[in-house]
Each structure stands twice: as structure tokens, then as C-alpha cells.
Design a protein around this ligand. Sequence first.
Ligand code: GLN
Length: 501
Amino acid sequence: MNTTPDNQLESIRNFSGAYPKQIWSLFFSEMWERFCFYGMRGMLTFFMVYNMNMEKDVANLQYGATQAWVYAFTFIGGMFADKILGFKKSLFWGALLMIAGSLILTIDPKAFFFQGIAFLIVGTGFFKPNISSMVGQLYHSNDHRRDAGFSLFYSGINIGAFFGGILMIGVGKGEIFTTIIPEHLRWNVAFGLVAVAMFISLLVFSFARRTLGPIGNSPIDESKEPQKKWYAYAVYIGALACIPLIIKMVSNTQYTDWFMYFIGPFSLLYLGYEMTKLQKADNLKLLAALVFIVFSSFFWAIFEQAGGSLSLYAAEHLDRGTLNIDPNIVNNSANSMFVIAFAPLVGLLWLWLHKRKLEPNSVVKFGLGFLLLGAAFYIFGVNKMFAHNGVAPGDIFIMGYFVVTLGEIALSPIGLSLMTKLATTKLQGFMMGMWFLASAYGQYIAGLFGAGISPKATASAAEKLEIYSNGYLQFALYAVIAGVIVIAISPWVRKLMGEVK
Ligand code: GLN
């Protein structure tokens, strides 16, 4: 009988086939969480402009700030999971806060907008990094199937993103379910969908949590350390006590700037402090993780043009293509569609290549991600050559999205996988949090990059197209340079990684 935690862990990790069976509950639980995240993401700017009468530029800044806050909070959620709560409790707590946020918004989305958002930010912070960390725990440290597992998990993320992105704004704007939802309640229902989805996510996870054995348990053993029993309650109370402060800070984007200046250096100092307690080999691995983290923020800064400049570009400079689809719909959904279709295939490709001893190592995969990102932005940029009157072919734009997605698949799930391989057991949540903190900076820089290539309103369509396209060609060049640097330094990074592949 597998009764001891160690035996349970062994039996989970000694699975046969491509994937551990526990991955499916994490897959579905995360799918529902991302359904909420991307559903909300798709509604925020629209709701602020058309329902709260905010100026467009203010709403854009507000949107960027919210995104940055969500990802920055994953760092805090990861840290408390490592020290006190463990992944399972963090996940529950995060989901409960998200449900609370959604219910607040359901009551009156306009009046309680920032209150609801603040709950959602803190909740996502406790949920998002820790579910990803649990995926990594399903594998032995040297199991080559881990990258494929993360690729599969990444598909789940995008299934949620795809449907959330369509459904929530569809309900809010009155495009779908108009016969069953009274007009004056459309936005209440749209924001309320988050609570329903998170409830399902929690339900899936509660059924599955026992199959996870000791994975995600709190590091504090209350039977041995009863004096530490109150620590978890202190985290819950602390999180709630922070909310009024977060409401204030999120509603003023100037504070967001300050927070971003503070949280990055703080996370590095904290990492430095943790490193003083570790052996050299562990520290070198953390240093390698840091290299990936820093590069990833740059990847997202270019990739995340999707939510900013690319959506304005799509609105004005693309035709509907052979499929006759609105270019903004393409811009919002092509990426998730391609991830859903290709992430598991790429995962299986890694396994296939591994069998033939041809699988590239993680650093090279990362570099490849950048090269593909560069190729995609090159496609976006040269599309201007086929334009008429400032309108370029939507078909070529879709091809660009296909390539950008391949780049994302080569980098993003691999990055998650790497964090779980390179972090010591006690820093799993923290490093995953840092990985997402890099996304917060990526989002933040994306806004600056996007603003840098914004044409003046008075420019002609052809001039505007020229400005966007030249910007994309420039980003392509940056991405290729980054890819070449990553591949060039790969022998050095691999040395830091020790036995990790
Ligand atoms: N699309 C992925 C997700 O939502 C990655 C996001 C990110 O790291 N920036 O999880």
C-alpha cells in the first residue's frame, strides 16, 4: 500500500505513457481560471470606455496597469505558497477571492469596479503561479516528459482563453444570449460568469486534490509545529487587509508606476537573500532561471503588442481575408486557436525528437522562440508591401500569427517547465512568481513600445501603415538579436543549469 507521502509521490511520478493522469485536473482547473482572466481582459477596456465614460487613453493606461498588477501579484502569491500555505491552500484561497471579486462586480460593475478588480488581482496572484508549479511536481527531476506536459497544460490555458474571450464580451455587449438575459443586466451577468467559472474550477480541483498526494501540501506540518497554525490565517487576513490599499493604487496609474519600480528590485534582493542560504550548484541554477526570466520579459514586450498596437493596426489596416473574418477577431483569437491545435503536437514532437536523441535543449528552444517571434513580426512588417490604400492582406496577418504562436509554444511552456526544474523545492512558488513578474514587466514595456509606434491621428492611412510596419520590422530585428544572443550564450547557461536539460 502506498501510504507514506514519499510512496504516494513515487507512484504519481512513476507513470507510464506520455502524461501523468493528475495533469488533467490541473489542466481543467487552470482552463476555467484562464477563461475568467481572458474573459475579463477582453471586457475591461471596452467597459471602461463605453460604460464608465473614461477617455480612451486613460482606459488604455488603466488596462495596462491592471494587467501589470495581476502578474506582479503572482510573485507575492508564489512566495506565500512556498513559506506558509502550500500550493493547494493557495489555490483555494485565490479562487475564493476571485469568486468574491466577481460577485462584487455582479452587484454593480460600475459602482464597484475597482473593488471587484482588486479582489480578482489578489485572487489570481494566489492561484495562477501555484497551479503551474503543481504541474512540475508531477515529474521526477530528470523526467524528459515534463516539457510535453507543460505544452499540454498550455493548451488548456488557451482553450479557456478562447472561450472566455468570446463569451464574456459577447454577453456584455448583447451579441449572445440576448433572449435570456435582460438588457440592463448584461454586464452584471458577464462579470458574474467569473464566479461560475471559478466555482467549476474549484470543484474540479477539490475532486482531484486527493489524487495529488503530498503535492502542494503546506510546508508547515501543524502536528509537529502547532505554534505555526495561525500563520495561514495571518496570510488570509493580510491579503484582505491589503485590498483597500490595492483599490487605491490600481485606480491611480501613477501608483502602478511606483509599484513596478519597487517590486522588481525587491524580488531580486529577496532572491539574493534566499541564495545566501543555498549551495553553489543550486545558486547557479537560480542564476540560469534568472537569465530566462529577464529574456522572457523582453519576449512578452514584443508579443503583447497583440493587446495594444496590433489591435489598432488590425482595426484600420487589414482586410477581412479569404475567410472573411473581422481582423480584430483574428487578432484576438488566432493565437489561442493555433496554441490549442499545435501545443500538444509540439509537445509530442519534443518526445519524438528525444527518442531519436535530437531534441534541442531548453535554452535552444528558448532562442528558437525568439527567432520565430522575429520571423512573425517580419511578416507583420513586410505585409505593407501588399497593401492598397493603407490596407494590407488579412491572410498574411494570419500567417504571422501562426508563426508567432509557434514562437510562444517554443518559449512559454518551456519557461514554466524550466522554473520547476531549476528552482529548489523551497523556492518553487517564488520562482514561478518571478517568471510571471517578468510578464508584468513585459506588459508594461509593451505599452511603451506600442506608444512609440503610434502614428498621429492626422496621418494618412498609408502613412500610418508605414509607421506601424516599420515599428514591427524593428521589433523583428530586436527579437532576432535576442534569439541569436540566447543561442550564443546557451553553452554558458547550460553550464549554470548543471544536470538540468
Ligand atoms: N498565455 C499564457 C497564460 O495566460 C502566458 C501568459 C504570460 O506568461 N504572459 O498563462
